[in-house]
Design a protein around this ligand. Sequence first.
Ligand code: OGA
Ligand code: MN
Length: 320
Amino acid sequence: MPGITAQPSLKLINVKELHPTFGAEISGIDFSKPVDDDVFQEVLAAITKYGVCVFRQAGLDDERHVEFARKFGELDDVTPYIAGGRAHRLPYFELFDVGNIDLDGSIFAIDNVRRDWNKGNSLFHVDSSFNPRRAGYSLLRAHELPPKGTGGNTEYADTRTAFEELPEDLKAELLSNDYIAAHSLWHSRKVAAPETFKDINPDDYPYSRHKLVQIHEPSGRMNLYVAAHVHHIEGLPDEKSKELFNKLYEHCKQPKYVLSVEWEKDGDLILWDNTCVMHRATGGSFEGKFKRDMRRATVHDGSSTAWGFNEKSDKRQGLP
Ligand code: OGA
Ligand code: MN
């Protein structure tokens, strides 16, 4: 395939495939010290091929989590949210707080507004496509997990394979029209928690614009860049836009394209590439009862399509 990155042999790390088309568990890395460059090159080859890499009990602390993430590129951080008035529970601005714990250490109550914010994570999405600069890699670490068997898996959808397996006529239509999708955080929050966000109109905020079908540069494969954040597809009447988006989104969410990863132990780390997979949080009986303290480092996309069709700016959606 033109443009495909040659796959270096993986000699220094062990790979266990988790699904017929994507996802792998990687072992053999000593995370107690900075990861060597030759090992890191193999991790890059693995994430390029698999889209999702699970590292069991990597055991990173906050500092080493940020340090490891920095090897992948420039990191996003929460400073704009703090400037907008939101307090941060974690010691590093480069760690996004995606757990269920309040500033006082208590577990989100059922009527907690931040819980409603997080509900959007339970819809299949990619990180930060609603910002002018989208995310490339995400590194999510289980700092403290709820008891085993109480839920909270993270699920992934293989959007490269989903694109490849679309009916040929639909693929041709998408490629010839080269659609741009308009993404909005407010839209996905509203879909997930309609009551809380009933007075929000996504049209009152800028959309971030990304091609619907685009090349995943590291692998040379095409990717269907869909997500719950997609509000509409530009240039199409409302009904047609909804219909096409739903068709593509539902196609990608089919069980055959989905991998469900169970978090086994504190210290587990999952790396994924938002430009070739979607992901979502799943609930469970832990909700409202047990802590699920999850911390995410987010790497800005370094590819040539990172900014999509957006003005280069630091503006973020979701303030405060
Ligand atoms: C995220 C996210 C899912 C989860 O960190 O971006 O969507 O299972 N997390 O916590
Ligand atoms: Mn996410």
